[in-house]
Design a protein around this ligand. Structure first.
Ligand SMILES: CC(C)=CCC/C(C)=C/CC/C(C)=C/COP(=O)(O)OP(=O)(O)O
Ligand SMILES: [Zn+2]
Length: 437
């Protein structure tokens, strides 16, 4: 907290925002004076304790019986973001062995041992193994069988089933393409078989709505979770050309709550900590597409309003010139080469919302909003949102997060290591005799 005497002119805006959040927080049921008065620090040690407890109790999460690889991912990724090791009583190999038990002999991973393969836990298990890294974890994925499973999910015209006979929405497109990306496997056949570009964008059934965001499936309301899945899938597939990017950017900037600074998932709904990632990560992804977007604007599309919130300073809000593109001007590859010279959303406001309102400072963990309980899903995505704030704040604030790939949400260093491992000649030779469907 800033002491009155120490306040400078530039800290005035931050102080005003802090005061606003404090009075807001006091209004929420269940908040205590202690919650409100604490300083704006990430209470790392408490969060690490909470995550360690989750790893130790992992076997007992019966209520989440079909999401157990997700729990592994939320916890291991959160620990990786906090640069924290596993607790002494749990070895990374325990998690690898558990995920091995979730792997289906027909390819892909189920939500628990002996369950049918499903694209969502397949993405979660793979992200966990990539985050753990090393020979044991990376070699445990049966890549050939997994590709067969993903191809079998492409039987519908447009997009993929989440599991055999299951629902069809943007999550399937994303989890399929993100998993293949982590495993350094060719995405072209799955793109072609699924027609996912035309499912998400123009040219087919079109999940992008009149608002600019994407619905889970064509005809549904635009929603942050599905918008992330659709945009990230198209970035990874190098097919953002099918989207109306100015309209998507316009929708995304207006999802940041003007009062709280957090993001909402849909128009006129409440802000929620987890959208700090689902919505917050849209901006670095859009940044990767920005040269394409400005080319579209040059063709005469409407200019998007880039200012994220009234909380920005005038200088931050000024959009006199298009952002500079520091790369070759293409969207090739999934890495953010075009680091913005100013953030496309209000990173300071989002960070304050997360630190002030979403942390449980005493018990550890992060939450949807004050008055709700912490859980591992919100802990993972609130921390992921904070990491995005750090990276795209143009150096304005740092909470010591490592670099994260916004299209996959694993550490960039871990993703690079996995891609190199799967591309190495030793692994290719080992797998060369395998039958790829
Ligand atoms: C990688 C992967 C599988 C990603 C899934 C992304 C996704 C669809 C996230 C949305 C999760 C969520 C909080 C839904 C709540 O909708 P709601 O209608 O209850 O909440 P609302 O009021 O905030 O819209
Ligand atoms: Zn949430």
């Amino acid at each position: 907290m800033i002491e009155d005497g120490q306040r400078t002119e530039t800290s005035e805006a931050q102080h005003a925002l802090e005061q606003r959040l404090i009075s807001l927080l006091k209004d929420y049921q269940g908040s205590t004076a202690d919650d409100v008065e604490s300083s704006l620090e990430l209470t790392r040690a408490r969060h690490i304790e909470y995550l360690h407890e989750g790893l130790r109790e992992r076997q007992h999460h019966i209520a989440l019986g079909c999401s157990r690889p997700w729990l592994c991912y939320w916890i291991t990724h959160s620990l990786a973001l906090l640069r924290a090791p596993f607790p002494p009583s749990v070895e990374p190999i325990d998690v690898v062995n558990f995920l091995r038990a979730c792997q289906s002999p027909t390819g892909g991973f189920g939500g628990g041992p002996m369950q049918l393969p499903h694209l969502a836990p397949t993405y979660a298990a793979t992200s966990t193994l990539v985050t753990l890294g090393g020979q044991d974890a990376l070699s445990s994925v049966d890549r050939a069988a997994l590709l067969g499973f993903v191809k079998r999910m492409c039987k519908v015209r447009y997009a993929l089933n989440m599991h055999a006979g299951g629902e069809v929405d943007c999550r399937g497109c994303y989890t399929a393409v993100a998993t293949l990306h982590m495993l350094n496997m060719d995405k072209a056949a799955v793109l072609q078989l699924s027609g996912m570009a035309e499912f998400i964008g123009r040219g087919g059934v079109h999940a992008q709505t009149y608002e600019g965001g994407l619905g889970g499936e064509p005809g549904n309301e635009a929603h942050g979770g599905y918008t992330y899945c659709g945009l990230a899938a198209l970035v990874l597939a190098d097919r953002v050309d099918v989207l109306n990017l100015p309209s998507l950017l316009h929708w995304a900037v207006h999802r940041q709550g003007l009062v709280e600074g957090g993001f909402m998932g849909r128009t006129n709904k409440l802000v929620d900590g987890c959208y700090s990632f689902w919505q917050g990560a849209l901006f670095p992804l859009l940044q990767q597409c920005i040269c394409v977007m400005w080319a579209l604007l040059a063709e005469g599309s409407a200019v998007p309003q880039v200012s994220a919130a009234v909380l920005c300073t005038e200088e931050e809000n000024a959009v006199a010139e298009p952002p500079t593109c520091s790369s070759s001007g293409t969207t090739e590859g999934s890495r953010a080469t075009n680091v913005p010279d100013r953030p496309l959303f209000n990173t300071a406001a989002l960070r304050l919302w997360l630190l002030q309102c979403c942390q449980n400072r005493r018990g550890g963990g992060l939450r949807d909003k004050p008055g709700t309980a912490v859980d591992y899903y919100h802990t993972c995505y609130c921390l992921s949102g904070l990491a995005a704030c750090q990276e795209y704040s143009g150096g304005r604030h740092t909470d010591d997060f490592p670099l994260v790939d916004p299209s996959i949400n694993v550490l960039t260093s871990k993703l690079d290591a996995a891609i190199a491992y799967y591309g190495s000649s030793a692994v290719c030779e080992l797998e060369s005799g395998m039958d790829q469907e």
